[in-house]
Design a protein around this ligand. Structure first.
Ligand SMILES: [Zn+2]
Length: 190
């Protein structure tokens, strides 16, 4: 059986703590839901932020909700370079000692001493998917992505199993461009 997975491209984005949401937008502020994402309960927000690093600024960056216990900034390696931030390859939530940046909205800003990462490429799946594919949580796999002129096999892909997930592989814009992915591109777990 071919172990197929939809490949989705994650553009640069931030997850904000409620404390940072209120510092940037005002006391008691709630983010505005714009669009559901493939992972249940996750959504894109209307609000945007600017990311400021020692070497540059990236404006109009997407916020993903809901609020999280700690803010986290997910950028591509290209973004990290243009910001002048050292951002390690990490799984979401693993931000100890990761990159620092300033998050700004208008004249309001918050300093993040850590939280800037380049997300480790990963596949979300439910326990049922994992059983069907013979995979376990945290397993590292290879995924072949077939595209016009840029077919590419990604190594170091971490499998993440959770009943709240939906089956999808997430890569960032650098990775997506490297394989010339487009909406609907499928990968095969090798
Ligand atoms: Zn993901």
């Amino acid at each position: 059986m071919e172990k197929k997975v939809l490949v989705e491209t994650s553009a640069r984005h931030v997850h904000l703590s409620q404390e940072h949401i209120e510092a940037l937008f005002g006391k008691g502020y709630q983010l505005t839901h714009k669009k559901d994402l493939s992972q249940p309960g996750q959504f894109a927000c209307e609000e945007r932020v600017d990311l400021i690093g020692p070497k540059g600024t990236i404006t109009n960056v997407l916020i993903l909700g809901p609020a999280r216990p700690a803010s986290q900034v997910e950028v591509s390696a290209t973004d990290a370079r243009s910001l002048g931030i050292k951002a390690p390859i990490r799984e979401s939530g693993d931000v100890a000692g990761s990159g620092a940046c300033t998050i700004a909205v208008g004249d309001k800003s918050v300093e993040c001493a850590e939280g800037v990462i380049v997300a480790k490429r990963h596949i979300h799946m439910t326990p049922d998917d994992a059983e069907k594919y013979g995979l376990v949580d945290k397993q590292i796999v290879e995924v072949k992505v077939t595209s016009d002129d840029r077919t590419l096999t990604f190594g170091d892909v971490v499998v993440r199993v959770n009943p709240a997930f939906a089956l999808a592989m997430h890569i960032d814009t650098d990775e997506s461009n490297a394989a010339l992915c487009k909406p609907g591109t499928m990968g095969v777990i090798l």
